[in-house]
Design a protein around this ligand. Structure first.
Ligand SMILES: NC(=O)C1=CN([C@@H]2O[C@H](COP(=O)(O)OP(=O)(O)OC[C@H]3O[C@@H](n4cnc5c(N)ncnc54)[C@H](OP(=O)(O)O)[C@@H]3O)[C@@H](O)[C@H]2O)C=CC1
Ligand SMILES: Nc1nc(=O)c2c([nH]1)NC[C@@H]1CN(c3ccc(C(=O)N[C@@H](CCC(=O)O)C(=O)O)cc3)C=[N+]21
Ligand SMILES: [Mg+2]
Length: 285
């Protein structure tokens, strides 16, 4: 049997450290606060935003929720970001993605002050990540590295295959792995012979959003598998649940796997809180 990496327990441990850091900041008169902006009424986004706000409360962190209509227009959203950028009581800003059609996500993310960009999506932070220095790092990749660190001490020379090349998961996690001197292959929809490429991997990070894409025969015995994918499916009995990108029941020969739910997802939110504390700490300096 492969080990199941417990993302919920690791997220809880990280959030306990965050709660201590929040308490220390408060003692110094700083009330670390995250602003979450949701545009439109997408039900999945609504659930995520509510979860983020409730996790802020649990660690004693302040939160501000700003909801805007899907048809609010790009300028109104940019104005809202300017206001949050200028507000000294706000330390982190997150604009929930995806944005409704008609709003240019690139322009919106460019507007967030890099020092408050706790998602790490602003070009300044993307640049800092790719040169290996001191920016804010995207939450999901940061969480993935912590999960991997629980089973791997030395990444040097390991073959890592990242499935998916998005700006929010695939590309930034590849950068973090390169920084540790892994040999990183980033794959996508046009990649040829993906099963063969995957079979050479010591570590697979599956972030395609394709349920059960990674099959048992894709995985070398002893490989470590991080399942980032989240796809909501409805069972024959009408119940809704989420599934990952890996056929986990075929992965008994792996060394360790992350579950869905309870793997990368909880770590993403815990890292969002820790990034907000980091932004608040840096705002003092
Ligand atoms: N647990 C968490 O905290 C988070 C989970 N997610 C989940 O992770 C998944 C990926 O998210 P995100 O990166 O935003 O998604 P995107 O849709 O932006 O990117 C998906 C990537 O996977 C590639 N891809 C899609 N299908 C296949 C396939 N069959 N074979 C090979 N490559 C494929 C795409 O290729 P191409 O570029 O060529 O189209 C693309 O590069 C989603 O399920 C999302 O819900 C996302 C963020 C956080
Ligand atoms: N600006 C922005 N930043 C993001 O980080 C961002 C975003 N937009 N848009 C959507 C994606 C997705 N994402 C998740 C966060 C937590 C879980 C999570 O907590 N998952 C739990 C529960 C899932 C469930 O039960 O629905 C789990 O996997 O166990 C999942 C997915 C952040 N994203
Ligand atoms: Mg894409």
């Amino acid at each position: 049997m492969s080990d199941i990496i417990d993302g919920r327990a690791m997220a809880r441990a990280l959030s306990e450290r965050t709660a201590q850091a929040v308490a220390m900041l408060k003692a110094e008169g700083i009330d670390p606060t995250l602003a979450v902006v949701l545009v439109g009424g997408d039900p999945a986004s609504d659930i995520y935003v509510r979860r983020k706000i409730s996790e802020c409360r649990k660690v004693g962190m302040g939160s501000i929720e700003r909801r805007m209509a899907a048809d609010c227009g790009e300028q109104a959203l940019l104005d809202m970001i300017d206001t949050l950028n200028a507000d000294p009581a706000v330390h982190g800003i997150l604009v929930q993605l995806p944005l409704p059609p008609g709003i240019d996500a690139g322009r919106v993310l460019d507007r967030i002050a890099p020092a408050k960009d706790v998602d790490g999506f602003h070009p300044v932070n993307v640049g800092r990540l790719s040169t290996g220095s001191q920016g804010l790092v995207p939450c999901t990749p940061l969480g993935i590295m912590m999960l991997l660190d629980s089973v791997i001490d030395d990444y040097r020379g390991l073959n890592v295959v990242v499935i998916g090349k998005s700006n929010i998961v695939g590309k930034p996690v590849a950068m973090l792995l390169l920084e540790r001197e892994a040999t990183v292959t980033v794959t996508h929809i046009e990649t040829r012979n993906l099963p063969d490429i995957a079979r050479a991997a010591d570590v697979i990070v599956a972030a395609a959003g394709a349920p059960h894409l990674v099959r048992g025969y894709w995985v070398k015995p002893g490989a470590v598998i991080i399942d980032v994918g989240i796809t909501r499916v409805v069972d024959h009995d009408g119940a809704s649940r989420i599934v990952g990108d890996c056929a986990t029941h075929e992965l008994d020969h792996a060394k360790a796997v992350t579950p869905v739910p309870g793997g990368v997802g909880p770590m993403t939110i815990a890292c969002l809180l820790s990034n907000t504390v980091l932004a608040a700490q840096r705002s003092m300096a």
